[in-house]
Design a protein around this ligand. Structure first.
Ligand SMILES: Nc1ncnc2c1ncn2[C@@H]1O[C@H](COP(=O)(O)OP(=O)(O)OP(=O)(O)O)[C@@H](O)[C@H]1O
Ligand SMILES: [Mg+2]
Length: 236
């Protein structure tokens, strides 16, 4: 079976910086995969390339049997890839409910409203539905972003540091929510620096360094890998 998402020699340079350097990674259908690596190793840039926020300098992105390289973000999202941002950016002056109305969903108003309430309940945001988004805590903003992405029923969701800046109580909730979304069949690729979150969540982990995949395996497999230690210690 071919992978749901695959990058083939994906490359991105910014001036003299090679942010992503001939990257080959894959995510299978319904998989929950972690993407880790030191600061500046190219994780966020990889997400930006896959979702069309940046055009690659070279290589290809294949999704669900199609070449989606160089497509615009709205085209990629229409095909079934959702993403959240390292710094979540809901529309602050709009309410939580209004934020949920933003995605251009392919179904009618009644179904839209039902789905909004279902997602707000699932992600513990129903009690703040009428609050302005900029009044939410950091963790709630992340949950709102995730809820909004799920309006489009994506096949794959890319999460950029969903646990960063989230208080410990909400953290457990976010982890449980991500697991539940995945159990319903949505593939997830999650960038995260918190190793307890990665070990708790991920069936498989991809380790990046300097724009490349260093290795991939279960958390147990990669945690004792010398190449992974070297990546985090700057190759010393
Ligand atoms: N828009 C941009 N313009 C110029 N350089 C960029 C841009 N985006 C990323 N870079 C550079 O590309 C490299 C990879 O950055 P990226 O944000 O992908 O790393 P990251 O692995 O997500 O790091 P972190 O864990 O700190 O979020 C870095 O050297 C960064 O400075
Ligand atoms: Mg990043």
């Amino acid at each position: 079976m071919s992978a749901l998402l695959a990058t083939d020699g994906l490359t991105k340079t910014f001036g003299g910086i090679v942010a992503v350097d001939g990257l080959d990674i894959a995510v299978d259908e319904s998989e929950l995969v972690g993407l880790i690596g030191p600061n500046g190793s190219g994780k966020t840039t990889t997400l930006n390339l896959v979702t069309g926020f940046h055009a690659p300098t070279g290589g290809a992105v294949l999704f669900d049997g199609d070449d989606v390289t160089g497509m615009k973000p709205y085209q990629v999202s229409k095909r079934g890839i959702g993403r959240t941002f390292q710094i979540s950016k809901p529309f602050g002056r709009m309410t939580v409910f209004e934020n949920m109305l933003v995605p251009n969903v392919p179904y009618g108003p009644k179904e839209r409203e039902e789905r909004i309430w279902k997602l707000l309940e699932e992600l513990h945001l129903d009690h703040v539905a009428e609050h302005r988004a900029d009044a939410l805590s950091g963790g709630q903003k992340k949950l709102l972003e995730l809820a909004r992405v799920l309006m489009l029923e994506p096949k794959l969701v890319l999460l950029d540091e969903p646990a960063a800046g989230v208080n410990p109580a909400l953290m457990d909730e976010i982890i449980a929510d991500i697991k539940q979304i995945n159990e319903r069949g949505t593939a997830i690729l999650v960038i995260e620096h918190d190793m307890s979150v990665i070990s708790e969540l991920c069936e498989r982990v991809i380790v990046m360094n300097a724009g490349r995949q260093v290795t991939t395996g279960t958390f147990e497999e990669i945690r004792n890998d010398e190449r992974v230690r070297e990546a985090y210690l700057g190759g010393a």
